[in-house]
Design a protein around this ligand. Structure first.
Ligand SMILES: [Zn+2]
Length: 205
């Protein structure tokens, strides 16, 4: 492959890791928990006319560029965006956050949630990127809607700190999926007891 093929391949595997990490964060983690993006670098980056050392340098510099650069969360898959738009946009990594399967409080079960809109709360403020140095900070606001009940969308706030993604906020608040692990007869009294306890009432057993 050529140098540009190798860079494209590296970018593509990085994108896969980013989407996978984001899915894990939103589907399985709770508020303030984090995931780290781990890039899978395969060893078949043989570049025509380049020795192993040059290839290693190429992989490393491309990886550093991706980690240090700005990421643009978009609502359409990158390859589906018009070429004219892609050429005009500022350089960076463009990605579409994945659709999810998460618990819907209204449906009372796990349902498919589709991405409706996405934005970066820190916007295009260049000073934010410059001041954060080699660990770029971004704050993505992701809006999803349950495809079953189509009720009020759920909003997730994801903080990016270089390769670390943290679930920094969620509205409405996450509903605890207790019915999956605790029988219904026990579940409701238990929740009442937890609520009483959190309100400062003592529980007599
Ligand atoms: Zn629902």
């Amino acid at each position: 492959m050529t140098r540009s093929d190798a860079a494209r391949k590296l970018r593509s595997t990085f994108l896969e890791s980013l989407i996978g990490a984001l899915r894990t964060l939103l589907e399985t983690k709770h508020l303030y928990q984090s995931v780290h993006i781990k890039q899978r670098i395969t060893d078949d980056f043989a570049v025509v006319g380049e020795g192993p050392r040059e290839v290693q340098h190429l992989v490393l510099s491309e990886h550093t560029r991706l980690v240090a650069g700005r990421w643009f969360a978009i609502e359409t898959d990158e390859h589906l965006r018009p070429m004219a738009l892609r050429e005009r946009d500022p350089p960076g990594l463009y990605f579409r956050p994945p659709d999810l399967k998460v618990f819907c409080g209204r449906c009372d079960r796990r349902e498919a949630f589709n991405l409706i809109s996405v934005s970066d709360a820190l916007g295009t403020d260049a000073t934010v990127m410059e001041s954060s140095g080699p660990s770029p900070k971004q704050l993505f606001i992701l809006k999803y809607q349950c495809q079953s009940c189509k009720s009020t969308p759920e909003v997730f706030m994801v903080e990016r700190n270089a390769l670390k993604l943290t679930l920094a906020g969620r509205a409405p608040m996450e509903v605890v999926e207790v019915s999956q692990v605790i029988p219904e007869a026990i579940c409701c009294p238990l929740l009442s007891r937890i609520a009483l306890s959190r309100c400062g009432h003592s529980i007599v057993t």
